[in-house]
Design a protein around this ligand. Structure first.
Ligand SMILES: NC(=O)c1ccc[n+]([C@@H]2O[C@H](COP(=O)([O-])OP(=O)(O)OC[C@H]3O[C@@H](n4cnc5c(N)ncnc54)[C@H](OP(=O)(O)O)[C@@H]3O)[C@@H](O)[C@H]2O)c1
Length: 269
């Protein structure tokens, strides 16, 4: 049985995604907001824990509240009488290292996860890192759970985990931003808002699927295949390169990582 603590958007996406693939798994949900807990439990034919101590029957516990609510949640867990050292915790909390979770809960076996919002449509990219004591069966559960809503990649250490998060976790926002610049330009040429949005969405959707279908081909080769010497596309590509698109990305991701380091300190004071 899997316990879910905090039943908001992300927990609902991953739990419902997994349930669609394997409806034999049993869930028990807990959230101080009982409506959230009930809604999620009903959607996966699970049960609601009115009190946190009912989670003692779960083998793995998914921590899915906001990082700023983790102090309250860990206090409730410590007061619950549950033998926390015997449980496997799967945390999706941003900016919360494994060691912090172990210390606050007196837990040993902790898996840190970073999902992203494309998990809502089954195309997520989930980062995973396990503490030393996590057992093989628990690792398999995590792999099955998160591959139900997309791809999974294991990280070697938490520095890398936080760096990669600036791409996989935050990345949907950059893609939407780039799409917006395209739609805005179309509108400046007189295309209606509705049509501009449709064209930008289909551009990203089609290009993503093409990249995926042709993943054996390098990014440069994919670019070369849509650009010919003296053609139209190469002019835009050259303009982006002249404006150092690579350096812009470097700078943006470094800024996101710096904020991640800062946030980890703030949240875990
Ligand atoms: N959304 C993303 O893109 C994303 C991506 C990666 C990771 N994450 C991580 O996922 C976690 C959840 O994010 P979310 O967007 O799903 O947030 P959310 O929709 O606000 O869900 C959080 C849930 O936790 C509940 N909660 C509050 N205090 C609690 C407590 N003491 N014990 C148990 N549950 C409590 C909240 O109840 P109330 O509604 O009453 O406050 C809410 O139902 C965060 O830690 C975030 O860092 C999110």
């Amino acid at each position: 049985m899997i316990g879910v603590l905090g039943c908001g958007n992300m927990a609902s996406a991953i739990v419902q995604g997994y349930f669609q693939k394997d409806n034999n798994v049993q869930f028990i949900t807990y959230d101080p907001n009982q409506d959230n807990a009930k809604k999620l439990a009903e959607s996966v034919k699970g049960e609601v824990a009115e009190n946190i101590d009912r989670l003692k029957k779960a083998d793995s516990l998914v921590l899915a509240c906001k990082p700023q609510h983790f102090n309250d949640l860990s206090q409730s867990l410590r007061d619950s009488g549950i033998d926390l050292a015997s449980k496997h915790f799967i945390s999706i909390l941003a900016a919360t290292p494994i060691e912090v979770i172990q210390k606050k809960l007196g837990a040993k076996r902790v898996t840190r996860i970073m999902p992203n919002t494309p998990a809502f449509v089954g195309k997520g990219m989930t980062l995973v890192m396990h503490s030393d004591d996590v057992e093989a069966g628990e690792k398999d559960l995590v792999q099955a759970f998160f591959s139900a809503c997309g791809e999974v990649a294991e990280m070697p250490d938490e520095t890398t985990f936080d760096q990669v998060t600036t791409v996989s976790g935050s990345g949907p926002a950059y893609v939407f931003l780039f799409a917006k610049t395209m739609a805005d330009k179309l509108q400046s040429w007189g295309v209606s808002e509705e049509q501009a949005k449709k064209i930008a969405i289909q551009l990203f959707r089609g290009s993503s699927e093409l990249m995926h279908a042709q993943s054996d081909i390098s990014f440069q080769e994919l670019i070369d295949r849509v650009t010919s010497k003296g053609g139209v596309t190469i002019e835009a590509v050259k303009s982006y390169q002249a404006d150092h698109i690579g350096q812009l990305t470097d700078k943006a991701l470094d800024a996101a990582y710096a904020r991640s380091v800062e946030m980890t300190k703030e949240v875990n004071q």
